[in-house]
Design a protein around this ligand. Structure first.
Ligand SMILES: [Zn+2]
Length: 359
């Protein structure tokens, strides 16, 4: 049971058991001198239990999570038996209003936690969110997408060395967990230090609410609630699970125009072609190969690249794991969410077989 909210008072209002309230949290002041506030839905189960925050758009353009939280608020896809859910659809309201990752002072709010009341705009806003929400929660799920011009196969990132968080992250039911503490100043690394076990989901693209990504995130949230006994049922296990610390961005060696041979979520073998780099007349310049057996975590969605531009984000599992993964994927039904999400993420890319494919 949470001991962080003995009075259940949120932003000046006591939320009664078995009810939910649409509230608003003041986080700063605008240039006009009026308050800048963000909407927060606080939903309590009938019984006491843990306090879980679901947050989105700490990067203001990453709105798949905003769509996910809107879906939870509107559709109530589970019964909340116990504990408290604190739903924050947009943390970085000033970035969100500009369709931007960053704040108007060009700082990254997700490098400004836990923040300070005497610091920059970003630092003060971070402090405000941290004190009013994060410190009062036992757990947090922070929803992200890939950065602009990239997309991500859904993956959970969490510090697996923290036993309580490892169980929570596995319960989410993602096929891929990247074991990491998160960058300095991120909401999740600061929250974890404060005793709020926080994972992030990285899924899809900026500026979109993608149906498969929303379904994936809602399923994950529901699984986490089941794990915490806040709703009934057992968490749904993924068909396979890859946990890894090792990921790598494969970058363009030359400028040119890419033809992709893989899409997000694909399993690739060592030396398998990821993309062919051509000039604008279509003449091949080089073929980009996978340096190891891997799963494609993320990709650029922009085929024109300069030297050094990121092309493909690979996660490297332990030896032998990928064989098992391939078998598990083969057994999935055609309409499994795993397949639907992958198809959706690849729907706006042209994927071809490489000429240098051996089979
Ligand atoms: Zn982000």
């Amino acid at each position: 049971m949470s001991t962080k909210n003995p009075d259940h008072s949120w932003f000046g209002r006591v939320v009664a058991p078995g009810t939910s309230e649409s509230l608003s949290m003041v986080i700063s002041e605008g240039y006009s001198g009026t308050d800048v506030s963000i909407p927060v839905c606080v939903w309590r189960g009938k019984a006491d239990g843990p306090t879980l925050a679901i947050t989105a758009a700490v990067h203001g353009d990453e709105i798949n999570g905003t769509g996910t939280i809107r879906h939870i608020i509107r559709e109530r896809p589970f019964v909340l038996d116990s504990g408290t859910l604190v739903l924050v659809p947009v943390i970085n309201m000033l970035g969100f209003e500009r369709h931007s990752r960053y704040l108007p002072d060009r700082r990254d709010l997700n490098r400004s936690f836990p923040g300070s009341n005497e610091g920059s705009l970003a630092s003060r806003m971070a402090r405000s969110v941290f004190d009013q929400v994060i410190r009062r929660c036992d757990y947090c799920i922070d929803l992200h997408t890939a950065a602009v011009r990239r997309t991500n196969f859904p993956n959970v990132r969490a510090d697996i060395s923290n036993g309580q968080l490892a169980e929570f992250a596995r319960a989410f039911g993602a096929e891929v967990i990247v074991d990491s503490k998160g960058p300095k100043g991120s909401l999740r690394s600061s929250a974890c230090k404060e005793g709020c076990a926080t994972l992030i989901l990285e899924a899809g693209e900026v500026w979109k609410v993608e149906p498969g990504v929303v379904e994936y995130a809602v399923r994950g949230v529901t699984n986490c609630l089941r794990h915490l006994k806040m709703t009934q049922g057992e968490p749904v296990k993924p068909a396979f699970r890859i946990e890894t610390k090792t990921t790598k961005w494969i970058r363009a060696a030359q400028g040119g125009f890419l033809e992709f041979h893989v899409s997000p979520g694909d399993i690739v073998e060592k030396d398998q072609p990821l993309a062919t780099n051509t000039d604008l007349m279509g003449d091949e310049q080089n073929v980009i190969l996978s340096p190891r057996d891997a799963i494609v975590l993320g990709m650029t969605t922009l085929p024109s690249v300069a030297p050094g531009d990121p092309i493909c984000h690979l996660a490297y599992p332990r030896k032998g794991v990928l064989r098992k993964v391939e078998k598990a994927v083969d057994k999935l039904k055609d309409d499994a969410l795993h397949h639907r999400v992958r198809e959706e993420l690849a729907s706006s890319m042209r994927i071809t077989e490489s000429d240098s494919d051996s089979d």
